[in-house]
Design a protein around this ligand. Structure first.
Ligand code: ZN
Length: 138
């Protein structure tokens, strides 16, 4: 089988990293899949997705702070952004984190490592956002 599912939410701040592991896991468990795959796709140009540590929140804070040092709002490394909306920093950060992740499903469980979580990365909120899930398996 192959199924489409969607998460919808509003992000509360311009930049925030949200752990969506439990929400994704809950949806996947509905289908009772023995072997399969869950694709998580973000249909936005200023928000992304990554898998990283969700046990110690300072890890994601470090990633966020480091990206902001590397890519300040107006530009960086001697380059000034040209995009009129003023959110080029968000577009660049979004491309760096990426738009999709894939997680193996085994015995009705997302096979994430002990310290791994699925992290939605907002770079230009607050906005209404969507997360698309494609769940495939039997
Ligand atoms: Zn823009």
């Amino acid at each position: 089988m192959i199924k489409f599912e969607e998460l919808k939410f509003k992000t509360p701040e311009r930049e925030i990293i949200l752990d969506i592991t439990n929400e994704v896991s809950k949806i996947v468990k509905k289908y009772n899949i023995k072997e399969g795959i869950c694709r998580v796709f973000i249909p936005h140009t200023t928000a992304g997705i990554t898998i990283n540590e969700n046990a110690d929140p300072s890890v994601m804070r470090d990633i966020s702070n480091f990206l902001n040092k590397l890519i300040p709002k107006g530009g960086g490394l001697g380059y000034s952004f040209k995009h009129g909306e003023g959110n080029s920093d968000a577009h660049v950060k979004c491309s760096l984190t990426g738009h999709s992740v894939e997680i193996i499903i085994h015995e009705n469980r997302l096979m994430l490592g002990t310290w791994q979580g699925i992290m939605f990365t907002e770079f230009d909120g607050p906005r209404n956002r969507r997360v698309y899930l494609q769940i495939q398996g039997e």
